[in-house]
Write a protein that binds this ligand. Structure first.
Ligand SMILES: Cc1ncc(C[n+]2csc(CCOP(=O)(O)OP(=O)(O)O)c2C)c(N)n1
Ligand code: SF4
Ligand SMILES: [Mg+2]
Length: 351
């Protein structure tokens, strides 16, 4: 059995959102991951974010590769579109789906092995093309599903459960995403729901490539004292540069913030992101400064989290390719086959 369905019954007084849905309506099947796996907390955060944004589940398309992380779309948004692809190939499948139907909200879920090892090329091209999506990597530094081999994000010197040291330099997906041109780049921790939920909400409202690297400890193979991807290590070295509040464009901003500690960013749809600055000098709209800060703090052994970079005035792949606004499956014969005269004109232009 690969999944267990959840009973549909729930308390009649559960809170509902603007669509009349409860949080339960955004859940999926019962998780079969190890108890305590960080990935389950991320699924919980995705459910919460979609519930709070009142997203119609049928408008979401969740895509993944292969791995424990890539199994998780089964455990959330049971009423959404889903496609579990091949190891490391989620980005190209998502890009194709997005080009065919721009009306859906795309959520790509991947692992550090899926994206930084076998799928590194796919990861890079999807971000540089500005595909309108949320790209979530559930980063545990190991291949969890295949029993704990080091992935390309494991830190140099980090030890495996059996005490073997990793000799290779790690790939930092956040720094890569910044270099590749992603227009929303964040890092978070599965154990910090207060930070992760608003980050996911903001990423879902962002138009363009939104990347979230979410540290997500693997309790079976990489949560021991010598691991830099363990709950204890990440908690002890977590250095948040800001704390995000997601405020819908229609809501009045009433939160009580100290002067100078707040930064507001308005996205294309009118939603306002309110950033409580924890590192006063940190500017999340400066790509180069973000890279420098990450490298500096990383060398000191810190794990920098928060909204690291945002370009609110962004365009996506469809803008760049000047595609038609209508999803391909809604185009009729007249649009898809303009006739012999039009074809002759195109051919003449190419002679
Ligand atoms: C083409 C291919 N190569 C190798 C595998 C074996 N395999 C399955 S999952 C996986 C690694 C998964 O690691 P990660 O993406 O980090 O996910 P996690 O299980 O840690 O969440 C590997 C190597 C495969 N399924 N397909
Ligand atoms: S093996 Fe690791 S990543 Fe996979 S479910 Fe268990 S704890 Fe999670
Ligand atoms: Mg992994």
């Amino acid at each position: 059995m690969t999944y267990l369905t959840k009973p549909k019954l729930h308390h009649p007084k559960l809170p509902t959102n603007a669509l009349g849905f409860t949080r339960r309506d955004y859940e999926g099947a019962v998780s079969t991951l190890c108890a305590g796996c960080g990935h389950d907390s991320i699924s919980g955060a995705i459910i919460q974010a979609c519930f709070e944004l009142s997203l119609p589940p049928h408008r979401v398309a969740k895509l993944s590769g292969i791995g424990c992380s890539s199994k998780t779309p089964t455990y959330f948004l049971g009423a959404s579109h889903g496609f579990n692809s091949v190891h490391g190939r989620m980005p190209s499948v998502l890009t194709g789906a997005n080009l065919a139907n721009r009306d859906l909200i795309y959520l790509g879920v991947s692992g550090d092995g899926d994206s930084a090892s076998i799928g590194l090329g796919q990861f890079a091209h999807c971000l540089r093309r500005g595909v309108n999506m949320v790209y979530m990597v559930e980063n545990n530094g190991v291949y969890g599903l295949t029993k704990g081999q080091f992935s390309a994000t494991a830190d140099k010197g980090s030890k495996s459960k059996k005490g073997i040291g990793n000799q290779d330099s790690p790939i930092d997906l956040v720094s890569m995403a910044l270099l590749l041109g992603a227009t929303f780049v964040a890092r978070s921790f599965s154990g910090d729901k207060a930070q992760l939920v608003p980050l996911i909400k903001a990423a879902l409202l962002h138009r363009g490539a939104a990347f979230i690297d979410c540290l997500s400890p693997c309790v079976a193979f990489n949560n021991h004292p010598d691991s830099t991807k363990s709950y204890d290590y990440v908690r002890a070295h977590n250095e948040a540069v800001n704390f995000l509040d997601m405020i819908d464009g229609r809501d009045e901003i009433t939160a009580d913030y100290a002067p100078g500690s707040v930064e507001q960013v308005t996205q294309h749809d009118g939603s306002v992101l309110t950033l409580r600055k924890l590192a006063p000098e940190y500017d999340p709209t400066d790509r180069l400064a973000a890279l420098a800060h990450l490298q500096e703090r990383q060398a000191a052994g810190e794990v920098v989290t928060g909204l690291l970079y945002i370009d609110p005035a962004t365009e996506d792949l469809h803008d760049r390719m000047n595609t038609v606004a209508t999803p391909l499956n809604r185009l009729g014969e007249a649009e898809l086959c303009p006739g012999g005269a039009a074809l002759a004109k195109v051919n003449a232009a190419l002679r």
